[in-house]
Write a protein that binds this ligand. Structure first.
Ligand SMILES: *Cc1c(COP(=O)(O)O)cnc(C)c1O
Length: 821
């Protein structure tokens, strides 16, 4: 609507493409590259980018969704898709960058470019908070700072904005030049530079030089002098503004002190005056980022008093989107700390990906985006809600209420959050997925509290980005065409049910597997449509399984006959089943001697069809057992070849679990079964650096703190002793939550405000005590039970078990919270 439109001829000229233009009247204003996230298909230009999967593979799907414009590498596609425009280029990413670089040059307002090793996103978000009241700002969403993220951010510039803020990140020499062409910053800000030079750069000097390329053409460059001390090459920027403790800095820091343990007072000299500001942060990284913002605001010409006041009101950057269980079978997506149109679009994408309920509701406050005329703003919001399939809008605030007529969906409005809270029961929210999206001043966390089930303050946080990273890591190990079955048995190894399955479905895994039929039924009821294998099909559950299209593992003649009988009653034919072969595990499955009998039963059985045949490796992670693994693989190959020949049709063959994927590339066959690797653990990296990310964090909190005198004891049977006396904290986790009683008396460790402390005394059922002598802590403080620092692997070792047992032992009463960053 307000975005500049491009015609096919313009695009051809800008990206220097050849190709077939069937429809010269096409109008382009939306860029697409992900087949799962299409909006505004009619005006979308799809770039077939090469990534883990080649974008060209998705052209058919995207065409079917209605997209008619494609940037591709290969002209051959054009002939298969009538009425579509194909722009053929050598490098599709370079074409995307060229188009957005062109788009950038249409605008003359200031553009701030930010780079550095750390702090880019925080500085960008804080500048947005600081300058937002005066400007209509376009900024990179989240941390979109890559070769793809930057062009997508810049594409959103339009003539209503008065200021742009984009971040840029690079990992190799030569990358920044491309980003510089797209962003063309008029103002440059350098954040922190890390000490080490990373892979990708041969020296610190080279790393800095690469980053500074972004500012080659900047009019003003703002940086901390210490990072460029000793830098030999020329520092860019027609004008420079420096800050730091050095004598000659433009903003010369003179003092930095803690105020009441919650804030930092910073004093400095600026233009011959003494000035100061107080920032509501105390950790070193936040303080540095805040000073960087202070310097930037001053460099932009804001008066010191005004700048200081703005900094006092900074609030933490919270990019997290949380998914929680709510009352009345609702799912709650909590994004209640920000409201602007670009973060709304991202949150709505996430809402749209949820399948557990049919209805999607948005609770939205006034959008406090200065600069854009309200008329236009709410028109854009209304279009967005339509594009993202929202069913109902609950608007909160006088502004959004005033523009109620622009919304054509099911809607209700309240003047304030208080009014909504009063009438909440009357809205009868039930069986729906609810996105909470509100500006901070609306205090939507009060709504979130009422809507989410408050149970127990111990939570297991699941980092969905990390889970996705791990999935992609294993995908990268697969041969082209190898399918992936994700194991979500036992409540996804303790991580959750449909929440994890939904993410896997969104990422297009091929199969899911559960242990029991009821786990599969739960997934079906939550909108999971992927094929699902059930490993322990029970005869009592056969009818339910058929009703929900759950596919059994057939491991014995008894199961085969019983299941066939159930199918015959329903006169079902060719029902998909999975045959399990026992090649050495000796748990479930047909052994070699049974193969002939199995073949004869299968070949006359019309009720079923063998979709896959599989076996399980007993020690894929253990180098000491490699000979046995090799023998299992050989045996599996022989048996499946015989079966395939006898049945006269082919089926999917699979043996590898997580460690099988990482250690046995030759055993991928047609599919692999990924389990614990998804959740961040792989036995084959036991003594090596693991490429996986930690997915789960178990957190609890302090109920009470006590000072003990020498000789006093802690807990049952006086097991906990502090001979010198000390300070203990009682925390809300016990063995009933899955925190083993064996971890008592100092074996278990927890993390309190950055310090690792031991348990003291025995672990009780619902709580336990930790020794926090010498640690600064107050009641209510968060306590980490495990995360990437206190590793589940180590806890498992202490307990003489494996991470699988620790993960799956966390009881269901521990609330699961899923988040995206
Ligand atoms: C659990 C399971 C897997 C997954 O094993 P991981 O080691 O967690 O990857 C694979 N196959 C079968 C049959 C399983 O039961």
């Amino acid at each position: 609507m307000h975005h500049k439109s491009y015609s096919p001829l313009e695009i051809q000229e800008i990206i220097h493409s050849k190709g077939v233009i069937e429809d010269e009247s096409a109008v382009i204003r939306t860029l697409a590259f992900d087949s799962r996230k299409l909006v505004d298909v009619e005006h979308s230009l799809f770039f077939a980018l090469s990534g883990r999967r080649d974008g060209h593979e998705f052209i058919q799907e995207v065409y079917q969704e209605g997209v008619r414009s494609f940037v591709v590498r290969d002209a051959a596609f054009a002939s298969n898709y009538p009425e579509a425009n194909f722009y053929v280029v050598e490098n599709t990413l370079a074409a995307l960058q060229a188009l957005t670089a062109y788009h950038r040059h249409l605008f003359n307002y200031p553009v701030i470019g930010i780079t550095g090793s750390n702090g880019k996103t925080v500085v960008k978000e804080w500048l947005y908070q600081l300058l937002g009241p005066n400007e209509n700002i376009i900024r990179s969403p989240k941390s979109f700072n890559s070769q793809l993220g930057v062009p997508l951010s810049v594409w959103e510039m339009n003539e209503d904005h008065t200021l742009a803020i984009f971040e840029a990140g690079v990992s190799h020499t030569g990358e920044m030049a491309a980003l510089e062409k797209i962003i063309r910053p008029t103002i440059g800000i350098l954040t922190t530079i890390g000490e080490a030079h990373n892979e990708g750069f041969s020296s610190r000097e080279e790393k800095i030089a690469e980053k500074l390329t972004l500012f080659n053409d900047a009019d003003l460059f703002i940086y901390c002098s210490k990072y460029l001390q000793g830098f030999k090459a020329k520092i860019p920027g027609k004008k420079k503004f420096t800050w730091g403790w050095q004598e000659d800095a433009d903003l010369k820091l003179t003092k930095n002190e803690l105020v009441e343990g919650k804030a930092t007072l910073i004093q400095a000299e600026f233009q011959g005056r003494k000035i100061q500001c107080t920032i509501p942060f105390i950790d070193a990284a936040s303080v540095e980022n805040a000073i960087c913002c202070w310097a930037s605001v001053l460099a932009l010409g804001y008066q010191p008093e005004d700048a200081g006041q703005r900094l006092e009101n900074l609030h933490p950057v919270r990019m997290r989107l949380e998914l929680k269980n709510g009352i009345n079978n609702c799912s709650i997506i909590d994004d209640s700390y920000s409201s602007d149109i670009s973060s709304l679009a991202i949150a709505l994408d996430f809402l749209r990906q949820q399948n557990q309920n049919d209805r999607r509701t948005l609770i939205l406050s006034d959008i406090l985006e200065a600069g854009l005329e309200a008329e236009l703003l709410y028109k854009q919001v209304a279009q967005l809600l339509e594009a993202k399939d929202v069913d109902r809008l609950i608007g909160v605030g006088t502004e959004i209420t005033r523009h109620r007529d622009k919304f054509s969906l099911d809607k209700v409005f309240f003047e304030s959050t208080e009014e909504l809270l009063d009438r909440l029961p009357a809205l009868s929210l039930a069986d729906e997925t609810i996105l909470l999206k509100g500006a901070r001043s609306f205090g939507f966390e009060r709504i979130s509290k009422l809507l989410t089930q408050k149970v127990h303050e111990t939570v297991l946080e699941i980092n969905m980005n990390a889970l996705e990273h791990n999935l992609n890591y294993y995908k990268s190990l697969l041969n082209p065409g190898t399918r992936l079955m994700a194991m979500v048995k036992a409540f996804s190894y303790g991580s959750g049910s449909f929440e994890v399955a939904n993410l896997l479905q969104f990422n297009k895994v091929d199969y899911l597997a559960v242990a029991y039929a009821d786990e599969g039924v739960t997934l079906r009821r939550s909108g999971i449509s992927l094929p699902i294998m059930v490993m322990n099909p029970d005869v009592m559950a056969f009818d339910t399984m058929v009703e929900h299209q759950l596919e059994p593992e057939i491991y014995s003649f008894r199961v085969l006959r019983d299941f066939t009988e159930a199918l015959n009653k329903k006169t079902r034919e060719h029902y998909p089943v999975h045959i399990k072969l026992d090649t050495g595990m000796h748990r479930l499955g047909f052994v070699a001697e049974e193969l002939d009998a199995l073949i004869s039963e299968l070949s006359t059985n019309k009720s079923i069809r063998v979709t896959s045949v599989f076996s399980h490796l007993v020690a894929s992670e253990d180098a000491g057992a490699d000979d046995f693994t090799r023998q299992q693989i050989r045996e599996f190959k022989t048996l499946t070849e015989r079966l395939e020949q006898a049945l006269g049709y082919s089926f999917i063959k699979h043996v590898s679990n997580t460690a099988g994927i990482s250690r046995w590339p030759e055993a991928q066959f047609d599919m692999v079964r990924l389990g614990i690797g998804l959740y961040g653990f792989d036995g084959s990296y036991k003594n090596k650096k693991s490429p996986l990310q930690t997915v789960t964090t178990l957190k609890t909190s302090i109920s009470q703190i006590k000072e003990l005198k020498p000789g006093e004891t802690v807990g049952y049977n006086r097991r906990g002793v502090l001979p010198e006396g000390g300070k203990i904290a009682t925390v809300k986790i016990g063995y009933a939550d899955g925190y083993s009683r064996k971890l008592g008396n100092g074996l278990g460790k927890m993390l309190v405000n950055g310090t690792i402390v031991p348990t003291i005394g025995t672990i009780c059922m619902d709580m336990c005590m930790i020794d926090i002598t010498g640690v600064d802590a107050t009641e209510g403080d968060e306590v980490i039970v495990f995360n990437e620092e206190i590793r589940v692997e180590d806890i498992a070792d202490q307990l003489g078990t494996i991470p699988y047992e620790v993960f799956t032992g966390i009881s269901e009463r521990v609330k699961r919270v899923y988040y995206y960053e």
